[in-house]
Design a protein around this ligand. Structure first.
Ligand code: SF4
Length: 296
């Protein structure tokens, strides 16, 4: 792989008001993401970046004026990493996510960090000083070969080891099983693997939109041709029966395993730290949110 293009840029503000279900503010210390996931849901951002290069091959490192009065974010939910990975490999050198955490330290802000990296271990002490901090790792397979086909982030074993270290250090952790690839993602096996080291298990279906629909369909055709009829049914015929059946199956599995199962649960309700993980189904959550808005 060729080296990514790295640019340093100045921005007015690092916090943006957000309508994400998981935070009132979204915070992205970088533009672009060199983890280059094949299915990147954030690749739509490319058109706002001025970069002609393909998504995944560039990254802009953001510099901002030090956050004034960080106390005004006390009790607010900040989601770090909505359209980038705040612990991409460049963070090791540029430390902009670390700078952000240092500026917010002691503010009382409630942070959620989403990553596919174990570089976050470097900042464990800083992160655990935040009230109710939550760190989420995306893990959508236990098969390292499939993982390598899909992204350039840390291996699954490194992500799971980082999750375990945070869990045992007293930080709330999430295993984000996303995106679930029909017929490939071993959801139950992942739940079994992580249920002793996380507080939440979030489930999200694979959506195929834009340019990466062709990329993923071509990949399935090449590597998993037996699944092509299923993918055709889901992504061309828009048939949701696979997801409905998976939802019912996982609900029954959760009951057998002694885990709670919720659909689009309100994440702000805090669970007992020592409780078994809560499984939250976010299938088609964007559309559910949109239709809920329309009904208002
Ligand atoms: S880690 Fe997230 S933002 Fe980065 S390429 Fe993957 S999906 Fe996109």
């Amino acid at each position: 792989m060729t080296e990514p293009l790295i640019r340093e840029i100045c921005v007015k503000s690092i916090l943006s008001k957000s309508n994400l279900p998981v935070g009132e503010y979204s915070v992205n210390p970088y533009v672009g993401c060199t983890h280059a996931c094949q299915y990147c849901y954030a690749s739509f951002m490319k058109r706002f970046t001025g970069h002609p290069e393909p998504w995944g091959t560039f990254i802009d490192v953001k510099y901002w004026k030090e956050i004034k009065n960080p106390e005004k974010y006390a009790g607010k939910e900040l989601f770090i990493g909505s359209v980038t990975d705040p612990y991409n490999p460049q963070e090791e050198q540029y430390r902009r996510t670390r700078a952000l955490l240092e500026q917010l330290k002691g503010s009382g802000a409630k942070i959620t960090i989403a990553t596919k990296s174990d570089l976050v271990l470097r900042d464990l002490d800083l992160i655990r000083a935040f009230p109710d901090a939550l760190v989420s790792w995306s893990v959508n397979t236990l098969d390292e070969a499939f993982c390598r086909d899909m992204d350039r982030a840390a291996s699954i074993s490194r992500r799971l080891a980082a999750m375990k270290a945070f869990y045992h250090a007293g930080v709330r952790t999430t295993c984000f099983i996303s995106p679930i690839f029909p017929g490939i993602t071993e959801v139950k096996a992942i739940i079994q693997q992580v249920k002793q080291q996380c507080h939440f298990i979030w489930l999200e279906n694979l959506n195929l939109r834009g340019g990466y629909k062709t990329v993923i369909m071509d990949y399935i055709q090449e590597k998993y041709p037996r699944l092509l009829p299923l993918y055709h049914e889901i992504y061309h015929q828009k048939n949701r029966s696979y997801w409905n059946a998976l939802d019912a199956d996982l609900k029954a599995f959760a009951a057998e395993t002694g885990l709670d199962y919720a659909v689009n649960d309100d994440l702000s309700s805090l669970r007992d730290f020592n409780a078994p993980p809560l499984i939250v189904n976010y299938f088609y959550h964007e559309q559910i949110r949109k239709s809920a808005k329309i009904q208002k």
